[in-house]
Design a protein around this ligand. Sequence first.
Ligand SMILES: NC(=O)c1ccc[n+]([C@@H]2O[C@H](COP(=O)([O-])OP(=O)(O)OC[C@H]3O[C@@H](n4cnc5c(N)ncnc54)[C@H](O)[C@@H]3O)[C@@H](O)[C@H]2O)c1
Length: 437
Amino acid sequence: MEKGVKILNASGKLGVLIPGMGAVATTFMAGVQAVRKGYGKPIGSLTQMGTIRLGKRTDKRVPTIKEFVPLSDLEDMVFGGWDIFDDDMYAAAINAGVLDNKTLDMIRSELKSLKPLPAVFDQSYVKRLNGTHIKTGKTKMDLADQLRQDIRNFRSEHDISRAVMIWCGSTEVYIESSPVHESLEAFEKGLKNNDPAIAPSMIYAYAALSEKIPFANGAPNLTVDIPAMTELAKKNNVPLSGKDFKTGQTLMKTILAPGFKSRLLGVSGWFSTNILGNRDGEVLDDPDSFKSKEVSKLGALEYILQPELYPELYKDFYHKVRINYYPPRGDNKEGWDNIDIFGWLGYPMQVKVDFLCRDSILAAPLVLDLALFMDLAARAGMHGIQEWLSFYFKSPMVAENLYPEHDLFIQLKKLKNTLRHMMGEDLITHLGLEYYD
Ligand SMILES: NC(=O)c1ccc[n+]([C@@H]2O[C@H](COP(=O)([O-])OP(=O)(O)OC[C@H]3O[C@@H](n4cnc5c(N)ncnc54)[C@H](O)[C@@H]3O)[C@@H](O)[C@H]2O)c1
């Protein structure tokens, strides 16, 4: 019997549709244009720079990931999206202040030709923003229909064979899962009745999945993390994933915490604070949007340290996360962590991390990888939650009765084993006894 999964080929153009064309989206799109022209390297992207070992270590088979699995070519990517401001992508990138003018000027005409479509937006879900480039409609279902028409127009205008949608919009206020999210039927009724528990990001996701387009959620909003969306994804055989790109501080946390746990070092407290001055920081200055982010950021440690299994090491550890809006820093965030740990006989020690990172520089390669892997998943007939892409998220989506895997190294193994599985290669267990027979 043939091993592996049947994967349709990646020929033709891949549309990448982005609701929210701000700092992350412009850094991603400008970056892909710059890489295409040879002005820079796609550093941080597993699909572009990663390798994968196949077979035994002695086989010395280590292709790059893009040689191994059939991914769309960067040259075949076409960008589109929506924003509440009508700036073209050159103006939006200048405004975001991530990439320097010299880089942006080299790809100025490409960026100037990219203009956002009017957004589905309601200020009650992002209180600190107010824009004018907005659709109107009587009901949320009308708005979903308008987005679906936008998607169809985009497809035909650019002669697209496949598309993916990646939410890079602002963080919406915290919403808990409620009855309207429980089934597709209830959700569609809610769209027609303008149910307040349906946020704009959900309207985009509904439009994408209805048009059989995979949807990935880069923000901590609830969006597709509800049964109605998994039902729709299953019905239409479309992949979805989320939520909240794992970039700065949480990336560091999910690198360090597995190390402490592996060595059975105790943790009594982990205090994390951030200063950032971009628009994302301004939006997160609103307590309701911050609550979405806080919930997303707090989960990681709890799951990695497993206090229920290691009560002497992690029971009652104190975890606090703060984000402070501080305009002078722009996109160049600073994330401080003070970690109180303890070792042999309970002797205390401290670790301090001061990560002077660039938020969107860390996020852009994740958008690229997610676009390519979500498209791969669709061509491989994988639908619903793509847990193998947990690697990219702060708060990974999982099936209802599972806990999410946060450990970055387990996430990477899972991702690579999924690729091996798709291509009919043996999974790598790292047992390695055969080398000593
Ligand atoms: N940069 C990172 O490292 C990182 C990491 C994890 C998550 N995120 C999340 O990614 C998102 C984008 O971050 P950013 O730094 O680019 O923020 P940003 O403020 O620069 O961009 C967000 C854009 O979304 C637009 N927007 C808001 N609501 C919209 C709607 N309903 N429809 C269309 N457009 C809408 C805004 O006008 C803005 O241009 C945020 O939610 C952020 O929390 C970013």
